[in-house]
Design a protein around this ligand. Structure first.
Ligand SMILES: [Zn+2]
Length: 366
């Protein structure tokens, strides 16, 4: 695997304050000593494509630290139905190449399923710290190009509270990335209360990513469960937060749900009838469920087909929708292409591509 040599790190032109791979390439092309990057397969150095004219922010983007892949190799491949070693080729440089070609200025790094928890408290804490430190290091190396939704070792509450403190106070994380369930417990469960109280106190951005529920690993034999089970699990997480009053209670948390909220837009009417009009939950949503669903944010990863986006844009307002790619499991280019095929006004497109993310993460407004 080709890597940049340390002696290549030096000042080069910036694009909107962000360090781009193409600007780095321009610098590198003049230095034989710095030619290591040319060894990346498919790097496209010969044509040296310019950064597309966009300042898109990708809110749903996964990092794959080599040490994390090595340790979580089997669980990662199972969770994503991947062939062996499919993720071993991941590097920040390849990610930046995709981002430059697709016009993504900044990607917010988060962990995907299976996360860092497999029942071992010490291992969960160690893996979370390792993943967060790696991501923070990349943010420093590539100013303006990456942000961080730090991972927590949930369901370990004590370890998670410590990691929240470290992530925000030391690493200056942009938010926290959580999974839709931990050992079958959904985020509205009372067990998670100390974590959400702290995240609310910090007015945190909280990004939810789906994972497999213990209930439903092999519902339809031979069908990889991520096909339909992951979107269902995002929906379960949203419903859990709603009916336990978490969205109502933690007013300062800025909630983001990936993949358009899973199946939630399609189920909005059913949820309104069964939950929104249920007197049992009246204190949590006195005006029904829809206004509460419009307090959440949703990314467009895998929700960018015509039908999916139509449902999402009716359930949510344009202020709640954020561009997401799900790289490296989906390519940034494909996510941009699908969104470019949708009919949106220039104002809405700007809000989805960048404006809404800036409102949630103002530090990116450079
Ligand atoms: Zn993802």
């Amino acid at each position: 695997m080709a890597i940049l040599r340390p002696d290549c790190a030096c000042a080069e032109p910036l694009h909107h304050g962000a360090r781009t791979l193409s600007s780095r390439r321009a610098f590198l092309s003049g230095s034989i000593a710095c030619a290591g990057l040319a060894g990346l397969p498919g790097s496209g150095l010969a044509q040296d494509k310019p950064l597309a004219k966009s300042r898109r922010i990708d809110i749903h983007h996964h990092f794959m630290p080599p040490a994390y892949i090595k340790e979580e190799h089997d669980r990662l491949n199972f969770a994503h139905n991947l062939p062996p070693d499919a993720l071993m080729a991941w590097t920040p440089e390849r990610t930046l190449e995709q981002m430059d070609e697709a016009g993504v200025e900044t990607a917010i790094a988060s962990i995907s399923t299976p996360g860092v928890w497999y029942g071992d408290v010490a291992a969960g804490r160690r893996l979370a710290r390792m993943w967060n430190d790696y991501a923070a290091e990349q943010i420093k190396t590539w100013p303006g190009r990456f942000g961080l939704f730090a991972v927590l070792p949930l369901p370990d509450i004590e370890g998670s509270l410590k990691e929240i403190e470290y992530a925000f106070d030391v690493l200056k994380a942009d938010g926290i990335g959580l999974l839709s369930n931990y050992d079958g417990k959904y985020p509205g469960d009372a067990a998670f209360k100390p974590v959400f109280e702290e995240l609310n106190r910090r007015k945190a951005v909280v990004f939810f990513h789906p994972t497999l529920s213990p209930c439903c690993g092999n519902v339809i034999p031979d069908l990889p469960p991520q096909t339909e089970e992951y979107p269902f699990d995002s929906t379960r997480a949203i419903v859990s937060l709603m009916i336990n009053g978490a969205v109502h209670r933690y007013k300062d948390i800025k909630w983001i749900f990936s993949h358009g909220g899973g199946a939630t837009p399609m189920l909005a009417g059913r949820l309104e009838d069964n939950i929104g009009k249920n007197k049992k939950y009246a204190e949590f949503f006195p005006d029904g469920l829809l206004p509460e669903l419009r307090k959440l944010h949703y990314d467009t990863a895998s929700a960018n087909s015509e039908a999916s986006l139509a449902a999402l844009t009716i359930m949510a307002t344009s202020k709640q929708i954020l561009f997401g790619s799900d790289a490296p499991f989906g390519t940034v280019q494909k996510a941009v292409k699908y969104m470019s095929e949708r009919t949106l006004t220039p104002e809405v497109r700007q809000a989805v591509d960048r404006g809404n993310a800036l409102r949630l993460i103002p530090r990116l407004n450079t």
